[in-house]
Design a protein around this ligand. Structure first.
Ligand code: C2G
Length: 762
């Protein structure tokens, strides 16, 4: 048998299924799959039964020390294959990976390499999501390069590549073997950013080399057992080959809070273990091993680039000095020649620490970080606000009557913050000072101050305001101060799955979930429009704080007694011709169609000329794209029929003047239903949206109060027959209204004000 795949598992049934499914798809059969149950937290019997025969599974039980190291050691002991490959149960292989690696391993039967490595690709997508996008997007494999040892970097452009090929052709066989080993060590040890990414994954190891040289994973290490295994193995490699057609897909867990991978796991012992693993590995390497220099440099880089920031930041003098001492001990064993080749900052840092001058080391670090920060500030002046925020404004007292409002990242004046503001300004204007985070040209009523988001003034106000009312989330760098109150209003009843309820895909990156978790810990209140939202928010935000269950302030206007008069004024302001009925088309954004974060594309799928021809005599179309959409919809030739209101501040005003609303998966319909007017759903891409992009909380087909339509013709037909549609959906509409709009009575802003502001004063 050529290959033994060693797969340790503790938990993660879905990940294991992906892993096994990827093995079924391999066009290679000369392997066994050794599944090592490592103190399992779940039952995998059904999965083993399902895949057992097709992927030649043997199950072992790790009854020894818990952890990947012991599980892999057990796998090695029992392996029957000539080569060992480590495959983590949360990862998977790309099509053809095993045959690619094995063909390189067996190319020359007389001289089988000791090590064959392929490429690694990092992703947080589900396997289905990954496979569907990988080829299209050409995701960058092995993209975790740190740029260290630039003189050794592999050739990127074709000139350099052909030069390198010529060099290879001119090498003696010994020189060539040496070159391949260095290239392998560079790829697998040096280039992998950070020490934690030095990993045994994605390669074939000869079992004989492991056993004859007694190489094993150190079972005392939880996070860094790969380091010693790989480095020591390299010391015995005499023949190394690569095959970049073999892709190993490394998964970043989508939910790093509830189910972190080892790399994502937080632990106060990480650094101690790293130090131990580094020292342990170094001790076991052969005298004069070239791996020592690689390892030393890697440690210095990790420490000077990342870890020292933490050491410097610490206010615990004893802990800090202790750390410096520990690191000094390590540096003392590093050869002077290695230190000499370091860049100036690192060299000075290491020399000063070696001399035992902790104060000066500290100054060198501070100076270096100061210059880095300055560089950042010069590139982006928003950085200056952050510096003032942290070092100056946050030291000033919090102002008890200051309230800062922000809507959709300061893109508009509207939504729930507007509702609460207008209620407070009209009824309690003399008791508070109001600040809006908003573009200076946006005109808004009542006495207030406007500040540009992320400006120095913004930093000043968010540090000093007692109340922060917003409908997305606070800036990531804002540190909630003692006494501050965060009133999160959110911006819609969720149809699309959110945050922790989203599958690992597109916008639901592990970083996003981690950030959401951090934001939501600081929210004192969360506004909910219905009990359905309350349940969703608890699960999608892992939120256990105060839920304000009064309906949405933004919908108060839809229940106001003078809404008809208001509508007349709005129509006039927008120049909507008298005598024409109005159709609002307000679609949402698509997670997979974007230019960059927060800048999304939108292609209008409604055929406007057709709509105009069929409906233009009776209707006008009010077009409204989501605030994430960067594309400007071209309505040339549609003048008099299409009004592009995408830049209009508050969609509630547009609801008031719309006779029919067409939307898709936007939360728009939950609000519009307050008016009990007809709703149509233009859901031309529902399968993709529901299946691949997001998933929904409710079954659209049976719940929404209007028909799902897929073509412009169907939309036209529905508009023409709108009365019979209303009749057909009357019962569904009533049920929908009770469930989602039942709390709305026009007083949400007042109720929320009483609950948050009045109660706080008592
Ligand atoms: N919106 C708008 N115009 C659109 C779409 C949306 O003004 N064409 C506004 C509506 O107020 C809507 C809100 O933005 O309720 C949120 O938009 P969604 O389309 O629902 O999308 P998203 O921003 O992803 O929010 O819980 C709600 C979810 O968070 C969805």
């Amino acid at each position: 048998m050529l290959i033994s795949l060693i797969v340790p598992i503790k938990k993660g049934r879905d990940y294991l299924k992906d892993c096994f499914a990827s093995l079924i798809e391999q066009d290679f059969t000369d392997y066994e799959t050794i599944l090592v149950l490592d103190h399992p937290e779940e039952d995998f019997t059904d999965i083993i039964d399902e895949y057992g025969k097709s992927i030649n599974i043997r199950v072992l039980n790790n009854t020894g020390k818990e952890g990947v190291a012991a599980a892999r050691n057990l796998g090695i002991k029992e392996a029957k294959g000539e080569y060992i490959m480590f495959l983590d149960s949360d990862d998977y292989l790309y099509r053809g990976a095993l045959s690619a690696l094995s063909s390189t391993a067996t190319e020359d039967e007389q001289k089988k390499p000791d090590l064959v490595y392929g490429k690694k690709v990092w992703t947080w997508y589900t396997r289905a999501g990954f496979l569907s996008t990988f080829e299209a997007e050409k995701l960058d494999a092995d993209d975790d390069t740190s740029g260290e040892n630039s003189e050794e970097e592999e050739a990127n452009d074709s000139d350099a590549e052909s030069e390198r090929d010529q060099r290879i052709a001119a090498m003696t066989p010994e020189e060539y073997e040496d070159f391949e080993i260095r290239r392998g060590a560079r790829r697998m040890i040096t280039k992998r950013k950070g020490i934690r990414n030095v990993s045994v994954l994605g390669a074939l190891y000869k079992k004989d080399v492991i056993l004859e040289n007694d190489i094993s994973f150190n079972e005392d290490f939880r996070f860094y057992s790969d380091l010693s295994f790989l480095c020591i193995y390299f010391d015995f490699v005499k023949c190394c080959r690569r095959n970049y057609d073999a892709l190993y897909i490394k998964r970043k867990h989508g939910d790093p809070i509830r189910f972190p991978s080892l790399a994502q796991e937080k632990s106060e012992f990480r650094f101690d273990e790293l130090l131990s693993a580094y020292k342990y590995t170094r001790n076991l390497l052969k005298d004069g091993s070239p791996i020592i220099e690689r390892l030393d440099k890697k440690f210095i880089h990790y420490y000077t680039d990342y870890y020292v920031k933490m050491v410097r930041r610490s206010e615990n003098d004893m802990w800090r000095d202790n750390r410096y001492d520990q690191i000094r001990e390590v540096f003392a064993i590093i050869p002077k020649e290695t230190i000499k080749c370091l860049k100036l900052y690192r060299r000075r840092h290491v020399y000063t620490l070696l001399k035992g001058d902790v104060k000066k080391t500290h100054r060198i670090v501070s100076f270096h970080l100061f210059w880095k920060k300055l560089g950042k500030i010069l590139k982006n002046k928003n950085e200056l606000g952050k510096v003032f925020y942290k070092h100056v404004f946050s030291k000033m007292p919090v102002k008890q009557d200051w309230v800062l409002f922000e809507c959709f990242f300061a893109k508009s004046y509207g939504d729930n913050p507007k509702g609460i503001y207008e209620y407070m300004a009209a009824n309690h204007g003399d008791e508070y000072k109001f600040i809006w985070s908003l573009d200076k040209n946006t005109k808004i009523p009542y006495k207030h101050k406007k500040v540009k988001r992320f400006s120095i003034r913004y930093a000043y106000y968010i540090a000093r305001c007692k109340y922060f009312v917003f409908n997305t989330h606070q800036p990531g760098w804002m540190i909630k101060r003692e006494g501050q109150i965060f009133l999160e209003t959110w911006h819609g009843t969720p149809l699309k799955r959110l945050a922790f309820d989203m599958e690992d895909n597109f916008s639901a990156s592990p970083g996003y979930k981690k950030a959401i978790f951090k934001y939501t810990r600081d929210w004192d209140y969360l506004v909910s429009a219905n009990s359905f939202s309350s349940e969703c928010f608890k699960s999608c935000f892992l939120y256990e704080g105060n839920m304000l269950e009064f309906g949405y302030p933004r919908n108060d206007i839809l229940h106001s007694p003078d809404r008809e008069e208001k509508a007349v004024k709005i129509r006039k302001k927008l120049g909507i011709p008298e005598g024409k009925k109005t159709i609002l088309y307000a679609p949402t954004w698509r997670d997979d169609e974007f230019y960059e974060a927060g800048q999304y594309k939108f292609t209008l799928k409604l055929d406007l000329p057709k709509m105009k021809a069929a409906l233009g005599d009776e209707y006008v179309l009010l077009l409204r794209t989501h605030y994430y959409i960067a594309d400007k919809i071209d309505v040339t030739g549609m003048e008099g029929f299409t009004y592009n209101l995408s830049k209009y501040d508050d969609i509630a005003d547009i609801y008031l003047i719309s006779d029919i609303c067409i939307t898709d998966y936007s939360s728009v319909f939950f609000d519009y239903a307050n008016l009990k007017r007809p709703l149509l759903f233009y859901t031309y891409d529902i399968e993709k949206y529901r299946g691949m992009l997001r998933g929904f909380y409710i079954d659209m087909e049976s719940t929404v109060p209007g028909p799902l339509l897929y073509t412009t013709e169907e939309v036209i037909d529905a508009v023409k027959n709108i009365d019979s549609i209303q009749e057909k959906y009357a019962d569904t509409y009533d049920r929908f209204y009770d469930r989602f709009c039942g709390w709305e009575n026009g007083n949400a802003s007042e109720n929320i004000y009483n609950k948050v502001f009045v109660a706080d004063r008592k």
